[in-house]
Design a protein around this ligand. Structure first.
Ligand SMILES: O=C(O)CCC(=O)C(=O)O
Ligand SMILES: [Fe+2]
Length: 635
């Protein structure tokens, strides 16, 4: 290395190296050079070195969405302990990148003092050592890094804070790393109880105390940035680092006192609350490791108030067309539209999130829904077979509800069955189109299972809102298979599925896992892409839910855009209306503050009105859709 090497250059070398062992080795060497003064310059003022949007990473580690991670188990079996160890190894590999990233990304941009660099160099050094120790242990036990799936949630949140150092410190170090401290004692006892004393010791004596110092670095530099803001832009007089595990809390207090922050402590804590609420979705999960957190320099007043999230129902909801502002807007701007994930296996814990999802977003993803993944992929294959039938055969798919059968539009074709909860209707559809017995079987099993899922979901929603006796059992449903005929000639970005809200209470969508294209309008009015997640269903709330809830539930607007030159097939099951087709707002949602918005009406009347405007341009379509619904208002 040349004498003029900067810490930024060393950090970038680590970030641009894919192999984590090599990352750790390079990081260790760079840290030594910095600490011994061989690298003396953090960066050059005129450097214009690109910081990778994503550090180089091994491609051999299979990534899955966080919500789809297989359960790690409780350490009772070797397999479970290996999965736990693997997850720790993966976290440490990201921790190396995150430490060098904070140095590279923010050090110069935020004109941070030398101690900031030194602190995070030490953190990076620790993380590299932790990775090597843990990966070695994993190998001793006969496994390897990459043997289990992993998720990149840590990097996702790093990405969301890539423009804001305070947010990065708060979320990565004071939320995620602090959460690591909360759960580590349980993890240690799981290894110990499973007979793996070596791993337990390693975690207890090396990793745990050092992780406390990393959390402390987050608290310390978050505090520093607040103080700097309070004092104008002059540098805060923060004492030199060294956050040893034993005295982190005292040092932190000393830091606060020396900077006159004691009186302003609430300002710092309030800023912390604001930042976490803005950049971290959902409440923090208790129980907290109060002792370790205290050693890291932050007491319960920092995190306890973030442990619950107010439920916005029913008083605070302001209506669909409300202005989005503050926290909500910031979350949406930084996260894009990540629809909330509802785990049906843990429904009791998910209620609050579900209510927020249906009221605020009108869209959520369901996992552990009980429909076998094989049936989902078979259904998609069967839908593809049906679209391959001769055109005249498909034309036999007429239907009693408007637009319920075979429809053809530019780039789009649809086939449908109403009522999909009726075995006779499925049978009639299959007979008319001469569907093979294999596809027939799949269609009827799928329709019946997903219909049951929708009934269950709708009942759960009602139950969350205290409507216990309402039965969705007899509601009709409509199964629609969608085919978007995207080819090489289709212009990428062209809209195939016009902007619309669904004519349903809930729609359960089986996505095309190889071709994305669905876009949902977020509360700021922008369309954001929804990436398909295999094995899950996307649930969208439709107009009928909005009416039934007297305007409380959000009927989400969405459209389909060509993203790839490949045909796209999706299957939607819409829960439409009760058997008698009468829809009206439920009494539960009507009170003095919320007068009845809609008169009782017939579902078919609504559908005629809604679908009579399909040929309009996109902008008009939105307005007329809304107008059509408004026309049903009581006056
Ligand atoms: O195909 C999709 O992704 C969306 C389909 C849809 O919005 C619908 O069928 O109503
Ligand atoms: Fe739709």
């Amino acid at each position: 290395m040349s004498d003029t090497e900067t810490l930024l250059e060393a950090a970038l070398e680590v970030l641009n190296t894919a192999d984590p062992i090599q990352k750790a080795r390079l990081g260790e060497a760079a840290a030594k050079r910095w600490l011994q003064g061989e690298i003396s310059v953090p960066f050059r003022q005129d450097d214009d070195l690109p910081i990778p949007n994503r550090p180089a990473r091994l491609s051999s580690v299979k990534l899955v969405a966080p919500s789809l991670m297989p359960k790690l188990g409780k350490g009772g079996s070797l397999q479970s302990r290996l999965a736990m160890l693997h997850s720790l190894v993966h976290t440490e590999s990201w921790a190396i990148d995150l430490s060098w990233d904070i140095i590279a990304r923010f050090g110069r941009k935020e004109s941070m003092p030398r101690d900031f660099f030194t602190d995070f160099v030490k953190v990076a050094q620790d993380e590299g050592r932790h990775f090597v120790l843990l990966v070695r242990r994993l190998e001793e036990l006969g496994s390897y890094y990459g043997a289990f799936p992993a998720h990149d949630g840590l990097w996702d949140s790093a990405n969301q804070t890539s423009n804001d150092l305070s947010a990065r410190l708060a979320v990565e170090h004071c939320v995620h790393e602090a959460r690591g401290l909360d759960v580590l004692p349980t993890t240690i006892s799981r290894f110990r109880n499973g007979g793996d004393e070596d791993t337990a010791n390693l975690l207890e004596t090396v990793i745990y105390p050092e992780e406390i110092t990393h959390c402390a670095a987050g608290v310390k530099w978050f505090t520093y940035l607040c103080q700097r803001k309070i004092n104008g832009h002059q540098d805060a007089n923060i004492s030199s680092v060294c956050l040893s595990p034993e005295n982190g809390a005292q040092k932190q207090q000393a830091v606060n006192r020396s900077d006159g922050l004691v009186g302003k402590k609430n300002v710092v804590i309030e800023a912390f609350h604001d930042t976490v609420r803005r950049y971290f979705r959902g409440p923090l999960k208790p129980p907290f490791n109060v002792e370790a957190r205290k050693a890291a320099g932050f007491g319960p007043d920092w995190y306890e108030p973030l442990a619950s999230r107010e439920v916005k129902f029913p008083g605070q909801y302001k209506g669909n067309n409300r202005e989005v502002e503050g926290e909500e807007l910031a979350i949406m701007a930084t996260e894009g539209f990540l629809v909330p994930v509802i785990d049906l296996d843990k429904f009791e814990e998910e209620k609050e999130k579900l209510i927020e999802a249906i009221i605020t977003y009108g869209s959520f993803r369901v996992i552990n829904h009980g429909v076998p993944q094989k049936l989902m992929s078979d259904m998609k294959a069967s839908a593809e077979h049906l679209f391959e039938l001769p055109f005249e055969v498909k034309q036999c798919n007429t239907n009693v509800i408007i637009n319920g059968g075979h429809v053809v539009a530019s780039l789009y074709e649809g086939l449908g069955i109403y009522d999909a909860s009726s075995p006779t209707e499925i049978h009639n559809f299959c007979s008319l189109l001469d569907v093979s017995s294999h596809d027939r079987e799949i269609l009827s099993t799928y329709a019946s299972k997903v219909h049951d899922l929708i009934v269950d979901l709708a009942s759960k929603i009602a139950e969350c809102l205290g409507i216990m006796s309402y039965s969705f059992q007899e509601w009709h449903s409509h199964l629609r298979m969608n085919r978007y005929n995207f080819t090489k000639e289709t212009i990428i970005g062209s809209i195939s599925g016009v902007v619309h809200t669904d004519n349903s209470f809930i729609t359960i969508l089986l996505e095309d896992e190889s071709v994305d294209g669905l876009e949902i309008m977020d509360l700021t009015g922008n369309f954001v892409s929804i990436d398909p997640v295999p094995g899950t269903f996307l649930a969208n709330m439709g107009d009928i839910a909005k009416i039934w809830s007297n305007g409380r539930f959000h009927n989400v607007r969405h459209r389909v855009v060509c993203k790839k030159a490949m045909p796209r097939t999706t299957v939607a099951l819409f829960m439409l209306a009760p058997k008698d087709n009468k829809i009206e707002p439920q009494a539960k949602f009507i009170d003095f503050e919320h007068p009845k918005l809609y008169r009782s009406f017939d579902y078919n009347e609504y559908r005629m009105l809604k679908l009579s405007n399909l040929s309009l341009t996109e902008k008009e379509h939105i307005d007329v859709n809304e107008a059509a619904i408004m026309a049903l208002f009581t006056t």
